[in-house]
Write a protein that binds this ligand. Sequence first.
Ligand code: SF4
Length: 701
Amino acid sequence: MATETHCPYCSLQCGMRLAAATGSTQDPLPARTALEVREWPEFPVNKGALCRKGWTSTGLHRHRERLTQPLVRSAATGELEPTSWESALDHIASRLVALRDEHGPDSIGVFGGGGLTNEKAYQLGKFARVALGTSQIDYNGRWCMSSAASAGTRALGLDRGLPFPLADIEHTDVVVLVGSNLAETMPPAARHLAALRARGGQVVVIDPRRTPTADQADVFVQPVPGTDLALAQAVLHQVIADGNVDDDFVAARTSGFAAVQESVVSWWPERAERVTGVPAREIRALAALLGSAERAMVLTARGAEQHASGSDIVLGWINVALALGMCGREYAGYGCLTGQGNGQGGREHGQKADQLPGYRMIDDPAARAHVAGVWGVAPESLPGKGRSAYEMLSSLGEPEGVKALLVFGSNIVVSAPNASFVSSQLDALSLLVVADIVMSETAARADVVLPVTQWAEETGTMTNLEGRVILRQQAITPPKGVVSDLGILRGLATRLSSPIEFGDDPEEVFVELGRASAGGRADYAGITYQRIREEEGVFWPCPSADHPGTPRMFLSSFGHPDGRARFHAVEHRGAVEQPDDDHPVHLTTGRVLAQYQSGAQTRRVRDLPDDGPFVEIHPMLAGRLSIDDGEVLRLTTRRGAMTAPARVVDTIRPDTVFVPFHWVGANLLTNDALDPASRMPEFKACAVAVTPARSRSGVSE
Ligand code: SF4
């Protein structure tokens, strides 16, 4: 017997089957059973295909570094030492109560993750606001897709990453990928690009690096990092100049076009060429391609979004899609390719500082009344909006800041921008608690480490990048000594004398989540575990048991009260930090095929290559700096420095270097400037000095 479940990593949430290598049919399998991954060909998203990470995902099962006992840092030795669950939870609760009594509930912070199941994300938000009474909860989705979420909400009235199934790509005519390396980050999805091209459609890739995705493209555009909005403005300028605006659509289904038209008047392609480095003829050709397409899709990802002006960049590209009349039509429109496994569901159900379940806003009295009613508490007892993720981390140690931090499903030390500053902030805490499956870099700094179940050992729902709610089913019994995140929240809530009980049965939590989300923008009320099993996932919104779910959104109306989409006049600002004499090169960061996010999981999987970080540098720049391939380089920004070997490649712009972020290093360099709307840090562009790391003796440092 094999259990149908889903990959533990990215937002594609590929379907897979897990079975005992021995052929055992026990359900769930005993903890020590050797697991093997098998195809699930009927699951429509990936049809049996998995990337290397998916095939090796059982590599953390029975791993020697797996944590199986709570650890508390000894006051005497300063070391993390094993203890019992009772003692660990008692210790945490007594410290939290003492801090809350002395400094108030907002002295306690909760930091969640976009990889947590919907049930965990929901329960974490409820735990923070009811059991702790704190407003200070946010999550690492701020690092990931929050700019697209902000822009989608403002322009289309609702943020669902892709408002259509991913397979719709095959039926469009032109797809524009802005800052997405789909072929390398989620290879099973790249088959849709191949199918589109086989039909005669065209793929456009916009990226400062010629990635494996760009190698599959018909059109490749290579702008300077941080200039995507200037490019979008110039494309729209040219679409208008060519007379390719869909006037009927704009009049019937949108508002605000006149101001946007005015805002792009001066973005003639030659001006954009000077800003973006993209030749004017390429900009005109792209505008003509889009203007002549019957159907076109614009899809953004982290390359466009992880900027201090990321929301405006996305709005600029949505303006292009709206002007062409593409949104709200079948096989066309705008979408965001969300990154983390539950990046979509994780931002819908209450672990974000300003939101309650169902994508309700926490400062909306009606939303507070509804959710408080489901939770059985008074609306006025719910705290208000808290700090965003990076602002919460910046507050650690300040007189009015957070003094105790509970971290679930996140490895802040590797993944936060300006990471050395963030690490020093963690040291200022009175209490740091980390729940994880292995000793991540963040767990290693904690006062208490709590070992938790991993994906195959528990059941829960995720919402993939299409808005499809899927069910990860438990295949195997957890090892002795580990507890689910839901179990931890239950244990802590009891010790904190929470006014309401916290259950730890995932299906019961999901039923409650459905009620809490009912009537909200992300309405899950009609979704059940049984329906997900029978229907291969259910697309939200799904407000009732007899509702079929919503694979395609906006076909008759956008999410704003008047049903119209909104154009937004935005202005190109560029990267906050521009190259200068001291830091003369652009730095951009990103992912590689074999690793996932902070690498806490994938770096420990034996069958995934881990060569450590590297620096991609163009032969022209390498020649100017007398750098050889493989030579260790020192990269220095205004925030920190790292060393890594050079990879001299002609796929990167000559004025830019690239470093992957799965190891401690890249984020020592990145800029913590925040987008004013989404509070997303500027991971994707800063200024860097590149030098050989040779000491005076000629030996690398
Ligand atoms: Fe897992 Fe994503 Fe790879 Fe699919 S593409 S197997 S979900 S990491």
